[in-house]
Design a protein around this ligand. Structure first.
Ligand SMILES: [Zn+2]
Length: 308
């Protein structure tokens, strides 16, 4: 099964063209305005200033930008120079608990990037045999020596206790193929843990951010779309988790969340007033009291599912 670009890969409804379009060169220039320097190789990977239009499912909220324009190796090499590392990443912590409570002894992290999650497993669950999958051979240098790196997912072993896909599906041209290949690596009864940026949450207020659109993110996901997607492959849902709003996102998200709640979205002067009088004092108070998160909708959604 491969992705049909005109049909929702989660619920099979048709994808409708939205009015949301981004010009590729404008997006690349936005990255550069945020400090990324693109090499000539990256610019050569994107020779045409294509219009990228969002097609969205009215039923589940899944969306895909067309024509499909994913991040190339040169693009990821360039943007990862400025990557910052969050050892306390919420989805990693939730997954560690799930792996521990299901007594998983072997894990494959698909799209493991610099290996932050695998590093964490080797510290928190040292008996677990770790496999990572990423196309970039340079990450071997950042992985603990006991982690087995597979540059191709097809080379990873089968019959594993768990696979994890942390914020990976939104980057790939074909999430169906990726999930099918990942599920094939898990034993019956094993876990498939998937997290995505949740576009039903406050990130929808930043939908035109360069980090949320192609070539970085080529699809958008909601809790409903992710669950339907996993169900489609016969996975049973064991747990659903929404990230609480973490402290480092409060200064950005809270003003938008409050403006939306109070019916001031889009009215920039009211938004500014609410930010000054409400959200800034709340953020400052949380910082003073050492509050690390608020129990309101944050960035990420995660599902723990099980192969039958
Ligand atoms: Zn759908």
């Amino acid at each position: 099964m491969v992705l049909n670009l005109h049909q929702c890969c989660c619920c099979d409804s048709s994808l409708k063209k939205t009015g949301i379009t981004h010009r590729l060169f404008d997006v690349l220039r936005k990255w550069e305005a945020h400090g990324v320097v693109f090499s000539q190789d990256t610019w050569l990977d994107y020779p045409n200033n294509t219009d990228l239009t969002l097609y969205q499912c009215q039923n589940c909220g899944f969306g895909v930008f067309l024509p499909m324009m994913i991040g190339t190796e040169a693009f990821y090499t360039d943007i990862s120079r400025n990557e910052y590392y969050l050892p306390e990443r919420w989805d990693f912590q939730v997954a560690i608990k799930a792996l521990s409570s299901h007594k998983a002894r072997s894990v494959l992290d698909v799209g493991c990037g610099s290996g932050a999650f695998l590093n964490l497993i080797t510290q928190k669950l040292p008996d677990v045999i770790c496999h990572g999958n990423d196309a970039n051979p340079a990450i071997r240098n950042t992985l603990p020596p006991q982690v087995n790196l597979h540059l191709n997912l097809s080379d990873a072993p089968t019959n594993l206790d768990a696979v994890t896909l942390f914020q990976v599906v939104e980057h790939v041209a074909d999430p169906i193929e990726l999930l099918q290949e990942s599920i094939a690596k898990v034993r019956p009864g094993g876990l498939v843990i998937v997290s995505v940026p949740d576009h039903s949450g406050p990130i929808r207020f930043f939908a035109d951010s360069h980090t949320a659109i192609p070539p970085h993110h080529v699809s958008i996901w909601t809790p409903k779309s992710l669950e339907l997607f996993l169900n489609k492959f016969g996975l049973s849902i064991l747990d659903r988790k929404t990230e609480p709003l973490p402290d480092y996102l409060m200064p950005f998200y809270l003003p938008k969340i409050l403006a939306n709640k109070l019916g001031a979205s889009g009215d920039l002067s009211r938004e500014e007033m609410l930010s000054r009088r409400l959200s800034t004092p709340i953020v400052n108070l949380c910082s003073k009291l050492g509050i690390k998160s608020l129990p309101i909708h944050g960035h990420t959604y995660l599902i723990v599912s099980q192969k039958s």
